[in-house]
Design a protein around this ligand. Sequence first.
Ligand SMILES: Nc1ncnc2c1ncn2[C@@H]1O[C@H](COP(=O)(O)OP(=O)(O)OP(=O)(O)O)[C@@H](O)[C@H]1O
Length: 279
Amino acid sequence: MNMYAQTKTILTPTYWRERMAPPAPAKLDLRHGVILYLEDINVSFDGFKALNNLNLYINKGELRCIIGPNGAGKSTMMDVITGKTRPDTGSAWFGQNINLLALDEPAIAEAGIGRKFQKPTVFEPLTVEENLELAMAGNKGVWQTFVSKLSGEDRDHLEATLLLIGLVSERHRQAGVLSHGQKQWLEIGMLLMQRPELLLVDEPVAGMTHQEMERTAELLKQLAGKHSVVVVEHDMDFVRSIANKVTVLHQGSVLAEGTMSQVQADPKVIEVYLGESAC
Ligand SMILES: Nc1ncnc2c1ncn2[C@@H]1O[C@H](COP(=O)(O)OP(=O)(O)OP(=O)(O)O)[C@@H](O)[C@H]1O
């Protein structure tokens, strides 16, 4: 190509769009059956070790509960997975091939990790259905979501999600008038609209009635298999009702891991929880 043609080419928007566009997210490699690897993770805040050589492995389709006393490092661990906090040392991989420490928060969400915080953050003036539509939009933008029609596949996904979260009959109600439990389920539904592989759920049953807790347990159990789910929760009855495997964190490390009965019988766990009636 002569110099004139070359200059003309590099002045076109297409030339730059192709080169400046972020690379498409890598396809998650789950061939070893493990979706999350955290290895030797250390996080310090002003010299205080919030995570101390933490190792955690989550299998594809697993529902894992993380428990531990206040200050054990549970939230910090979730922050490392989602890119909110960078560890001082260690490695964090999503499947075999996605290095979480090389990605920022939006890229981690895009790669397939969704997080639900304790407090529901639904859009109260919008209906249940509109909230789900908006969540599906991802990076499309609010305006474009409402002017563009959902594809048949997206519509099916929305209907299936409404059914799963038990809000079919509430679909045209404003999110603001829902009960606390219903808002939590809607927010889980909003995460599901983005088809995450791994869901991180922070204290899902705080403030719920007993009935709402039972419904939430059913919902999380239904999600497992299709998704991998990590739940941080203080309510031990709830944990007992959903978890096959529980990880106990203490002082930023894994203290014990196993079934709820196994960890409850572990003298190290009993010692840590001594005086706390929860366990
Ligand atoms: N940004 C921060 N700056 C300083 N210290 C922090 C920061 N975030 C967390 N910590 C400290 O790190 C430790 C672990 O906190 P973290 O919130 O991860 O624990 P947790 O297990 O989630 O506790 P809880 O069950 O009370 O939510 C605590 O001692 C906390 O005070």
